[in-house]
Design a protein around this ligand. Structure first.
Ligand code: FCA
Length: 329
């Protein structure tokens, strides 16, 4: 009897040890890819390239949309019950950082973040979780520079021009992007007093539209407007709001960040709109590379680089086809 219990305990201990160990060579690999806004073209593109990695390497990809904290935590539990070994996530709220880390650990799931980096209770990035994001300040500066160049080209007087900063400051990468844009604009001589902060409640076009609409209404003195924000959706909202107030392509310069379908649709319109350009970033690197990194981590126990920051390139109607091709998109 005693012997039987001892054996049973040994088996249990072994089983527990195995769950924590890296995947065996013949165990099928399953990877979760959790995104905060599955309806946004950027995230659909990330998934598309993650699928490409799954096909190439022969693992199963589980795509989950999780627009709030509850759904993130449920997603992690579901991944565990489906025998996934790890997941890549762009969380709806970076402050969920400690809970996501704890839940992944409890479920023995490897964890990597993409786009939005987790923060701890003090608001500091959680450096122990491998992350791939964009070089937010630098890309923001590219946006600001593109706008400044275009203002100059059109010969607008800066004092007659308002700048809409569609903001979402609770997300560090969003704040870095818009701060970068302001830095480049003011370095080019744009008056800081003409930068109007227009906070959006959520990071989609509708909320950006509402934010911009209020800001434009409250500032009737400007003859022209420019706009920048976290992504293309933010700037599209501003462009649509400006149109509603009579500021069309010749009186509006919006430059977004992303360069996926939202921007492409705009460039494909017969007539130019106030959506002048976008800094194209790479959903291929963010979707494909992160998935490959996770796969290698599971297979060989080689952890991904702690931090990878990707770059972007300005696209406008004129060069969009050429630049996309050069970036392998
Ligand atoms: C954030 C934004 C997305 C995209 C991504 C790279 O997650 O919300 O639109 O810009 O960073």
């Amino acid at each position: 009897m005693k012997m039987k219990i001892a054996l049973g305990l040994r088996a249990l201990a072994l089983a527990m040890a195995f769950t924590a160990a890296p995947a065996f060579a013949d165990e099928p690999v399953k990877i979760g890819f959790v995104v905060k806004q599955p309806e946004e073209p950027w995230f659909q593109d990330e998934w598309k390239y993650a699928e490409q990695a799954a096909k190439e390497k022969g693992f199963t990809l589980v795509k989950i949309g999780a627009p709030d904290g509850g759904q993130v935590l449920t997603a992690i539990d579901n991944l565990k019950s489906q025998h996934a070994q790890g997941f890549v996530i762009c969380t709806p709220d970076v402050k969920l950082g400690p809970s996501i880390v704890a839940k992944a650990k409890m479920n023995h799931l490897k964890l990597m973040t993409v786009d939005d980096r987790l923060v701890d209770g003090a608001g500091k990035p959680i450096e122990s979780v491998p992350h791939m994001g964009i070089s937010a300040s630098k890309i923001g500066e590219q946006v600001g520079q593109a706008i400044a160049d275009e203002i100059k080209k059109r010969g607008w007087k800066p004092e007659e021009t308002g700048a809409l900063r569609i903001s979402y400051d609770q997300l560090p990468t969003a704040k870095d992007r818009t701060d970068g844009a302001i830095a480049a604009l003011t370095a080019a001589g744009f008056p800081k007093a003409n930068v109007i902060n227009a906070p959006q409640a959520k990071t989609d076009t509708e909320n950006a539209f509402n934010a911009a609409n209020i800001a434009i209404t409250q500032n009737p003195k400007f003859k022209h407007w420019v706009a920048f924000g976290l992504n293309d959706e933010a700037v599209l909202g501003a462009v649509r709001a400006a149109e509603g107030r009579g500021f069309r392509a010749d009186n509006m310069i919006g430059v977004g960040i992303g360069g996926s379908k939202s921007a492409l649709n705009e460039f494909a319109k017969g007539e130019p709109t106030g959506f002048f350009g976008s800094v194209l970033i790479s959903p291929k690197r963010h979707g494909y590379e992160t998935s490959i990194d996770m796969y290698e981590w599971i297979r060989t126990d080689k952890a991904p680089p702690a931090l990878t920051l990707t770059t972007g390139r300005l696209i406008t109607r004129g060069n969009v086809a050429e630049v996309r091709k050069e970036m392998g998109l």
